[in-house]
Design a protein around this ligand. Sequence first.
Ligand code: SAH
Length: 290
Amino acid sequence: MTECSSSETPRSALGEPSNLSTADGVTDAGTVWFVGAGPGDPELLTVKGRDLIARAGAILFAGSLVSEAATRWAPGGCDIADSKGMTHEEICTWLIDRARRHQTVIRLQTGDPSLYGALIEMVQPLDAAGIPVRVVPGVSSAFAAAAAGVESLTLPEVSQTVILTRVAGRTPMPEGEDLVSLARHHCTLCIFLSITLLSTIQRDLREAGWPEDSPILVVHKASWPGEEKIVRATLATVRDACRAAKIVTQSMIIASPTVGARQWETLVRSRLYDASFTHRFRRAVKPGAS
Ligand code: SAH
C-alpha cells in the first residue's frame, strides 16, 4: 500500500474546471467517486474520470490492472492505495476515513463499475456513514474485446441481443441464468470471469445446441499495450487454442454467431443506411430515381 502525504493540490493549481462536478448541482465535498478505469489502456479512461483523478485527494485502486491510470494522472501528494490485499471491511473503512479528510476520493475499478464490481456492497456502508457517492461509467472489457477483434456484437438478422454473463465459480448463478438456458437464445454471449472454465462453457454451449464450428473470440488483456492476445477459435477448439496461447487469466470470451463477420461474403446491411429507408434525417431514394 502506498501512503503519501494527504495534502490535496488546490484545484486551481491543476487548471481543473471549478464546476466539473457542480454542473448538475451536486457538490463534491467529501464525495466518493466510483470511477470506471476502462479495460486497461490508460487512454481508455473517460475524460471525466481523468479530470477527477487529477484533483483527487485519495485513490483506492483495484489491483494492478488499473494502477497505471491512477498514478499517471494523480496529483503529487495524493494518498494512493491498492485494495488487492484488503477485505471488504478494510476497503469501506479506508473510503469512509478518506472521505472525511478529502473533497474527492476515488475508488478506481476495472472496466465499468456496474459489472462484477461489488459496487452496491461498497455503496451501502458509505450511505450509512452519510457520505455522498457518485459513479462514473467506464469502457467495459466486453467492448474492448470486441474492438480488439474488430467485431460487432450485434448484426442485423444474426443477433440483436447481447448477454453479459459468467459461469458459476465460487459465485453461484441465480436460477434461470445458467449458461445452457442463456445460450439457448443463440445470441451474442460475452462471458466474464470464466477463462478457467472453458470445458464447462463448451459443455453448456453443446447442450444448448450450438454447432461445433460456432465461432468464439477470446481476448486476453484487451487494450493492454503490448500484452493483448487474441484467439479465434470454434466451440470445438477454444480450450486447446487458449491452452496453446497460454491464456489462463483476465480474458473475455465472446461466443456469438456474429464473430468473424468481417470475412463474410453476404451480410444483411443495417436498414438505417439503406438507400430505400426513410428516417428523420434522410428521405428514401426511390428505385429508378436518379
Ligand atoms: N467491471 C469489469 C469486469 C470486472 S470482472 C468490466 O466492465 O470489464 C473481471 C473480468 O472482466 C475478468 O475475469 C475478465 O473476464 C474481464 N476483463 C477485465 N478486464 C479485461 C481485459 N482488459 N481484457 C479481457 N477481459 C477483461
